[in-house]
Ligand binder design. Structure first.
Ligand code: UD1
Ligand code: CA
Length: 453
């Protein structure tokens, strides 16, 4: 049987107090909706329909990479009304899975169980038992312990309010039947809404058994209604990710202080100290050590690299056995070949550094090509910007650049050249040349310092 999926995402999320539509808020670097979409698309599906309302343009724009059918719900008249908007695009013979865009941690395993349960009876419902059922729809069962209806919190009697089995909202229903029941929904309830949950009783009256299925973990059904709940789910999700990595041979000094906001491919025997943030798409080789407080985004790191504390790296390629930091900043489009050393307070931008070269202290290297085994001394600056345009600096192999040198680009320093400390380079330096520009030192003997009056 084919499966169509509806994701409800039209709610504004009043309690987020945000300009952003709720499902656009991020969990581990991806929007809530992307999490649900990702899990939904692991199922074999004919199509995913997203019901949107508030902030639609922004929602669609930010998710233009997703293959979904966007369905507008102009007014939020209830979950039944929301589902109704997508039904014209769904074939009668499909099973229809209803998911919530603000319940991000639902798993493929649970959804697979839910779909399988619906294949038996044409209707399955994800329920769970909670200590504090306030706010949720309660599952009312008959004398045979079969699901007979759902009563919403606001409509429940005192007895019904004591029921601890709650409706998660997720369900799988036969398309044709769903269409018939949704047509019949009425808003004569405490909230004046079309409740999707009223179809349970209609199904039972039509002689259909509603198969209740439970999730593997309680967090799977937790929704995000405010920023505190978002933060709780974030920590939970980060712990899951950290544990997955540890099981694959990665040492994480403190899984409670680890953040992966993206997709990480990593080999074994890496070591990650506390407060490291990994963002975007990352590929990390084996035996890589990342010190405390590093932030690394969209970067490829080869085997045996050591990144010392407090370094920030973005959109770079780091070759084997490089050593970076502490306090280094590697900016986009930087390529470091093997065995490069980048030390403290060094910034490298859009530059290629050849293997074995060292930039160990307090330098800025931008728009540059540096050859192999070159040594760049403390405080060397490539002056790449003339106030209007950026220019390149080319430095060859085995070059020695003394401390406090400025290289005014465009300029090139050929292999084997030596540049004396304190020099300002404005002209190209030829192979094996020594270049220096220094004001000669003056000495005045027996110098008397001025005295305070
Ligand atoms: C709903 C269920 C309740 C269940 C609870 C689980 C109904 C009537 N009630 O209640 O039984 O225990 O979820 O969290 O279904 N939405 C729309 N359009 C609308 C209304 C809602 O897209 O017109 C979306 C919301 O964005 C949200 C989801 O549907 O993602 C649930 O809506 P919400 O208002 O939170 O439902 P509850 O009243 O909490
Ligand atoms: Ca809710």
């Amino acid at each position: 049987m084919s499966l169509s999926i509806i994701i409800l995402a039209a709610g504004q999320g009043t309690r987020m107090y945000s300009e952003l539509p709720k499902v656009l808020h991020q969990l581990a670097g991806k929007s809530l909706l992307e999490h649900v979409h990702h899990t939904a698309s692991m199922l074999e599906t004919r199509g995913i329909h997203v019901i949107y309302g508030y902030g639609g343009d922004q929602l669609i724009e930010e998710h233009s990479h997703l293959d979904v059918d966007w369905v507008e719900q102009k007014e939020q008249l209830g979950t039944g009304h929301a589902v109704k908007q997508a039904l014209p695009n769904i074939p009668d013979k499909d099973l229809v899975l209803v998911l919530y865009g603000d319940v991000p941690l639902i798993t493929n395993e649970t959804l697979t169980d839910l779909v399988n349960a619906a294949e038996e009876t044409t209707f399955s419902l994800l329920t769970t038992f909670v200590e504090d059922p306030r706010g949720y729809g309660r599952i009312v069962r008959n004398g045979n312990d079969e699901v007979s209806r759902i009563v919403e919190d606001k409509d429940a009697s005192n007895d019904e309010k004591r029921i601890s089995e709650i409706n998660t909202g997720m369900m799988v229903v036969n398309g044709k039947a769903l269409k018939q029941w949704v047509e019949k929904l009425e808003d004569n309830n405490a909230q004046g809404e079309l409740y999707l949950t009223d179809i349970i009783e209609m199904a039972v009256n039509d002689g259909i058994k509603v198969n209740a299925v439970q999730p593997y973990s309680e967090v799977e059904i937790r929704g995000v209604n405010d920023r505190a709940q978002l933060a709780e789910l974030e920590r939970y999700y980060q712990l899951i990710q950290a544990h997955q990595l540890m099981r694959r041979g990665i040492t994480i000094m403190d899984p409670g202080r680890f953040d992966l906001r993206g997709d990480l491919e990593i080999d074994s025997d890496c070591y990650i100290d506390i407060n490291v943030i990994l963002e975007g798409r990352l590929k990390i080789g084996s035996g890589v050590r990342i010190g405390a407080n590093c932030i690394i985004k969209d970067t490829v790191i080869d085997d045996g690299v050591e990144i010392l504390p407090n370094s920030v790296i973005e959109n770079a390629v780091i070759g084997k056995a490089c050593r970076i930091g502490p306090f280094a900043r590697i900016r986009p489009e930087t390529v470091l070949n093997e065995n490069v050393h980048i030390g403290n307070f060094v910034e490298i931008k859009k530059s290629v550094v050849g293997s074995g070269s060292k930039v160990n202290h307090l330098s800025y290297i931008g728009d540059s090509e540096v050859g192999t085994n070159t040594n760049i001394g403390a405080g060397v600056i490539t002056c790449n910007y003339d106030g209007a345009n950026k220019h390149k600096t080319i430095i060859g192999d085995n070059v020695f650049i003394g401390s406090d040198v400025q290289l005014v680009a465009p300029v090139s320093v050929s292999s084997g050249a030596t540049i004396a400390a304190g020099t300002t380079i404005t002209k190209d330096v030829a192979e094996n040349e020594l270049a220096l520009s220094r004001t000669p030192q003056k000495s005045m003997s027996d110098w008397k310092r001025p005295e305070k009056k």
